[in-house]
Design a protein around this ligand. Structure first.
Ligand SMILES: [Zn+2]
Length: 88
């Protein structure tokens, strides 16, 4: 199975960390951190907020490298969740 990329946060996830639909089935588009029981866990999340979080993760917590953070940030505008807002 090829790695899944969350269409909200842009982070890779596995079959075990897939989000869940309202009917309890797994969702292949979003990870469990972003999507639970058929809705986004954080309704107020914006792409810019995500950018900020990734840079913080890289700079302050060293969970990912700055290069990784930048790579993920570059992919955000193409993700399903954020594409729609570009049309509005
Ligand atoms: Zn996610």
């Amino acid at each position: 199975m090829k790695p899944l990329i969350c269409q909200s946060c842009g982070f890779p996830f596995t079959a075990e960390t897939r989000g869940t639909n309202r009917d309890g089935t797994k969702n292949n588009d979003y990870c469990i951190n972003c999507y639970k029981n058929g809705e986004f866990t954080d309704h107020h999340l914006t792409m810019h907020e995500l950018e900020r979080r990734y840079l913080e993760m890289a700079q302050e917590h060293n969970e990912i490298s700055l290069e990784e953070a930048r790579q993920i940030i570059r992919t955000l505008p193409d993700l399903k969740r954020w594409k729609m807002t570009n049309l509005l």
